[in-house]
Design a protein around this ligand. Sequence first.
Ligand code: 5GP
Length: 194
Amino acid sequence: MDALRRKVIEDGVVIDEKILKVDGFLNHQIDAALMYDIGQTFYEQFVDQGVTKILTIEASGIAPAIMAAHRFDVPCLFAKKAKPSTLNAGYYQTDVHSFTKNKTNTVIVSEEFLSADDKVLIIDDFLANGEAALGLHRLVEQAGATTVGVGILVEKSFQQGRSRLEEAGLTVSSLCQVASLTGNKVTLVGDTES
Ligand code: 5GP
C-alpha cells in the first residue's frame, strides 16, 4: 500500500536495528484518513471470507481495526491487557509477550463478544515475532471461532512473525514490509533505495 509505505519512509524513526517508531501517524498521533484507506484495503482483501468480527489488541491496533470494522459493517473487539473490575462474567484469556516492552501481559476478551460462529479478521499495527497475533488467534480458538486471516500494517520481514503465523495455518496480509532497519535507515521490501 503506497500511502503507508510513504509514511513509514517519511515519518518512521529508527530506534534501533529492531524497532521502528511511528508515533507521528499510528502509535500516538493517528492519521485518520490513512486509517480509513487501510480499512478499505483490508476490506477488499478479505471481503469474500464472511468476516463477522474484527479483533485487535489494545491500544495501537484499535485505530486501523475500527476503520476496517466500519467498512465490513461488523463489530470491532479489542483484547484488554488487564481485567477490568466491571468484567465479572466469563472471559477468554492468554499470555502475550510484548516485543517492545519485554513484558508478558495476560490479555482477555469477554465470552459475551466472541462465539463459535464468528469468523474473525485479526488486525494489528506491527508484526515482529507474531506473539500478539498468535495470542489473539488463541482467544479465537478458545471461543471455538475461526480466524480467517491476519491483517498487519507494518511487517518487519527480518523477524519470525510471518513464518510462525503461517506455520499455525494463518493467512497473513501485510500492507508494508520492512526489510531492515540497519544503518539508522528504513529499507522496505521491494525498494533498493529508500
Ligand atoms: P509481535 O507480537 O509480533 O512480536 O510484535 C508485535 C507487537 O509489538 C505489536 O502489537 C506492536 O505494538 C509491537 N511492536 C513490535 N515491533 C514494533 C516496532 O518496531 N515498533 C512499534 N512501534 N511497535 C512494535
